[in-house]
Design a protein around this ligand. Structure first.
Ligand code: PXP
Length: 246
């Protein structure tokens, strides 16, 4: 059964919307662990739009399962990762204007740059995974770099309408997965996975890790809303029942 890495970036996005202290992604990580998460995934973006340096520091101290840090191939962030020492770094492409990570890392097009970041991270004892599209060129370049793992981008699969198009995307994931596993590279996947489309991806032979964020946080908002409203009603009721000082 694949490990589940819970991506908590969206909790930080909600906090940043008000610039305050809640909800705290450090609390969210602890709750995700209590729920059975096998790992906590965060993306320290160069623009710091959600996860902050303070979150990385505290999460490194408090997370007891695997901490997976997604980050760009940028020297300053590589340096920060080396200081923080997450269990795993997943190198992703990053464009400032994108809503979320769009497309996989172009490993084939920048072998030297990616290779240099991989070497620095591995030398400091961090496992490295590359987030790539299920594209034979990228798979080949990833195998040549000999990283510990590759995370296949499931975005196109998740967005494809059910039927032949979705099946084609699933086949591309399976074929890339097979090549990676044959080269003894750990097989991970993520992006756009939800409670329904995750099944077929989890069934890909030797799938070792799935990183999922958006759909879990969306579900948490909805399944938790009734209780949250009830608790606010209770707080208001208690205030009305309290004796008035005179
Ligand atoms: N894996 C990677 C590399 C990502 O960049 C993201 C999005 O931050 C995810 C997994 C999780 O994607 P989602 O939030 O759509 O589940």
């Amino acid at each position: 059964m694949p490990r589940l890495g819970v991506n908590i970036d969206h909790v930080a996005t909600l906090r940043q919307a008000r610039g305050g202290r809640e909800p705290d992604p450090v609390w969210a990580a602890a709750l995700a662990e209590l729920g059975g998460a096998d790992g906590i995934t965060i993306h320290l973006r160069e623009d710091r739009r959600h996860i902050q340096d303070r979150d990385l520091r505290l999460l490194r101290e408090t997370v007891q399962v695997r901490l997976n840090l997604e980050m760009a191939v940028a020297p300053e962030i590589v340096e920060q990762a080396i200081q923080a020492k997450p269990d795993q770094v997943t190198l992703v492409p990053e464009r400032r204007e994108e809503l979320t990570t769009e497309g996989g890392l172009d490993v084939a097009g920048q072998v030297d740059r990616v290779g240099e970041a991989v070497r620095r991270l591995v030398d400091s004892g961090i496992e490295v995974s590359l987030f790539i599209d299920p594209d034979p060129r990228q798979v080949e370049a990833t195998i040549a770099l000999g990283v510990a793992a590759a995370e296949l981008h499931t975005g196109r699969y998740a967005e494809a309408p059910e039927g032949p198009e979705r099946l084609r995307e699933l086949e591309a994931l399976s074929r890339s997965g097979e090549a990676l596993v044959a080269a003894r590279i750990g097989l991970h996947a993520g992006h756009g996975l939800n409670y329904r489309n995750v099944i077929d991806v989890a069934l890909i032979p030797r799938m070792a890790e799935l990183n999922i964020g958006h759909s879990i946080i969306c579900r948490a908002v909805l399944v938790g809303l009734t209780r949250a409203v009830r608790e606010m009603k209770d707080a208001i009721d208690r205030a009305s029942a309290a004796p008035i000082d005179c």
